[in-house]
Design a protein around this ligand. Structure first.
Ligand code: ATP
Length: 325
């Protein structure tokens, strides 16, 4: 006769909540696609104070499901939001289970604050948070390094969401070298009301480069200027050195971005950049008060949502007091 699990005996569902940050790419260079189809990149990741949260509720029957938390602060299309094996958080939980041989399952409740398909790695943050939450829920005790090797198989941006802070990413972005920052930077994020598919943006970049007869080798490092500007915490130097190879492709697919960039810079942003593959824009401010002023002006003028954030933010972690209920 099988012994009932503690959860079944007590009738309580154990749960663990973890958070993980969204990111912006302060610098993003990319080469021509490799033989495996991935683009080689050299990027400077920066985790920002905009978190995703994943609550993992124990299931003894081994099922792993996802659902959207009603407290989510961004608009998510429930029709298209993946709740099965397509969801990156579910993929992460399945991969952890496979790596550890655990038999239990979990319902993953995802609280979304990072725009979907916005170029800020929201799905990757969900995967990182799910790894940390399930590792605690199932008591599998993997180290962060163990989790990072599972994360690298899930997606290029997932390892960074685990570690947070700032880091240079090479390879597909998963080969990370941390950049220790002593100062904060302040940003205004301008999400769009639509998403851009990352593969489509890369496809557009390849077409633009082919039309121009240009080819690019795999980048080997991020530019020293942008690295130093971030290390020094000088927003003006940062504004002068940020760079994103994907910008022309994102703007070709969403031409209105050019107008929003112009308006944000008119409102005082030292520079407005496309975050990753876009369409979210990230605007550099001199201080948090300056960011608030830019945010208000852009919101009033363009009638768009704006989010003021500081960086760097910590990597995926358990949210305290979320142990059981
Ligand atoms: P990246 O910058 O990492 O390329 P992104 O930030 O532009 O990604 P995401 O929000 O991570 O985009 O999601 C891109 C697509 O992944 C979505 O359109 C959705 O279909 C799918 N997806 C899978 N899991 C999730 C998740 N947990 N949250 C959001 N989207 C998810």
């Amino acid at each position: 006769m099988s012994v009932p699990l503690l959860e079944e005996q007590s009738g309580f569902a154990r749960s663990v909540t973890a958070r993980a940050p969204g990111k912006i790419n302060v610098s993003f260079e990319c080469g021509d696609p490799r033989e495996d189809g991935f683009h080689p990149v050299a990027t400077l990741y920066l985790a920002v104070g905009l978190d995703e949260q994943v609550t993992a509720l124990y299931r003894a029957d081994g099922e792993i499901t996802a659902e959207l938390d009603d407290a989510s602060t961004i608009a998510v299309d429930r029709e298209t939001f993946p709740v099965g094996a397509d969801n990156l958080a579910v993929k992460a939980a399945l991969a952890l289970r496979e790596a550890t041989g655990v038999k239990a399952g979990a319902d993953l409740r995802i609280l979304k604050r990072v725009p979907v398909a916005g170029g800020m790695g929201g799905g990757s943050a969900d995967a990182a948070a799910a790894l940390v939450a399930c590792n605690a829920l199932w008591e599998t005790h993997l180290t962060r390094q163990d989790l990072a090797s599972i994360a690298a198989r899930l997606g290029s941006d997932v390892p960074f969401a685990l570690y947070g802070g700032a880091a240079v990413g090479l390879g597909r972005g998963e080969d990370l070298a941390p950049v220790p920052l002593r100062s904060e930077s302040h940003w205004v994020l301008i999400p769009a009301s639509y998403g851009l598919s990352t593969p489509k943006v890369y496809g557009e970049l390849d077409r633009q480069r082919a039309r121009a007869g240009l080819s690019f080798p795999a980048p080997k490092e991020v530019s020293p200027e942008v690295l130093h500007a971030l290390l020094e915490g000088d927003p003006h130097k940062l504004a002068a050195s940020v760079h994103n190879d994907l910008t022309p492709a994102s703007i070709a697919l969403a031409p209105e971005l050019a107008h929003v960039i112009e308006r944000a810079e008119d409102a005082g942003a030292l520079k407005a950049i496309v975050s990753g593959s876009g369409p979210t824009l990230a605007c550099i401010a001199r201080s948090s008060a300056h960011a608030e002023r830019i945010s208000m002006q852009v919101r009033d003028e363009l009638d768009v949502q704006t989010i003021v954030v500081s960086a760097p933010a910590a990597g995926a972690s358990i949210v305290p007091h979320s142990g059981s209920f």
